[in-house]
Ligand binder design. Structure first.
Ligand code: KIV
Length: 276
């Protein structure tokens, strides 16, 4: 098992939770991207991406739905398995889809599927304080967890659209408290989506675990974007935080390398990609 994990002979060992924690402590930005198939996984890995997420955004960019709500556990298992085959160094995280973690044992059964059948090394779920019990249950069974706060796309019908979260002082405080409680419950990563810079920075400084942002400004430990958005594949209106890295690059690999470099050198996100 250990030789498999260490991938003997590789110039750089595979990323794991300790690597990610050390990157936070060393101030080394974590470059993350989504991927949904083996071919793109090979490119994303070759570009030096540290963490790859099989996101339920696949409901929109692969399946053509308007939201992530229709995505099933079977869908994520299928795509995660294909991505796992393409990765060598990057850490693989898979999304728990809508309604797949409403009860502790249901969450555990589905997380086990994502890891055993999908090859994921961590599962991601959306939720704040309300998910502390679920995170505790998964962590007690040694399932690594990423807790997704801020804009939670699975709640889009309840929120009434894709909106920035945490602008009001009481909501910002709630987010900080939820992030701390999720960390205490065993979350290994917190992901913040569409959050004002200042709020994201405060959460990042308060936590020991890495905080990854999407539309959360430059003050977090790492950045994540949807692969098809940065390669200019997504048509129509894209969110404010998206940057087209394909522009000026003559191959997808070069575009991905340009994204990883921008995250590492902290030249992305720029002010126009941020919320206040
Ligand atoms: O599903 C997804 O791709 C995500 C990212 C946007 C963070 O959750």
């Amino acid at each position: 098992m250990y030789t498999q994990l260490e991938q003997r002979g590789m110039p750089e060992p595979p990323v794991n939770v300790s690597t990610l924690r050390k990157m936070k402590n060393d101030g080394d930005p974590i470059a993350c991207l989504t991927a949904y198939d083996a071919s793109f996984a090979v490119l994303v890995d070759a570009a030096g991406t540290d963490l790859v997420l099989v996101g339920d955004s696949l409901g929109m960019v692969i399946q053509g739905h308007d939201t992530t709500v229709p995505v099933t556990v079977d869908d994520i298992v299928y795509h995660s398995r294909t991505v796992a085959r393409g990765l060598r160094r990057a850490f693989l995280v898979a999304d728990m889809p809508f309604m797949s973690y409403t009860k502790p044992d249901q969450a555990l059964d589905n997380a086990v599927r994502l890891m055993q059948e999908g090859g994921a090394m961590m599962v991601k779920l959306e939720g704040g304080d309300d998910q502390v019990g679920i995170v505790e249950h998964l962590a007690r069974h040694d399932i690594p967890v990423c807790a997704h706060l801020g804009l939670k796309p699975q709640s889009v019908h309840k929120i009434g659209g894709f909106k920035v979260q945490g602008r009001e002082p009481d909501k910002a405080r709630e987010m900080l408290v939820a992030a701390q409680r999720l960390q205490d419950a065993g979350a290994d990563i917190v992901l913040l989506e569409c959050v004002p810079n200042e709020v994201a920075e405060r959460v990042t400084q308060a936590l020991d675990v890495p905080v990854i942002g999407i539309g959360a400004g430059p003050g977090v430990d790492g950045q994540i974007l949807v692969l098809y958005d940065i390669l200019d594949i997504t048509q129509g209106r894209t969110p404010r935080f998206v940057k087209n890295f394909q522009e000026g690059c003559d191959s997808p690999l070069k575009a991905l390398q340009s994204y990883v470099r921008a995250v590492k050198e902290r030249t992305y996100p720029e002010p126009e990609h941020c919320f206040s």
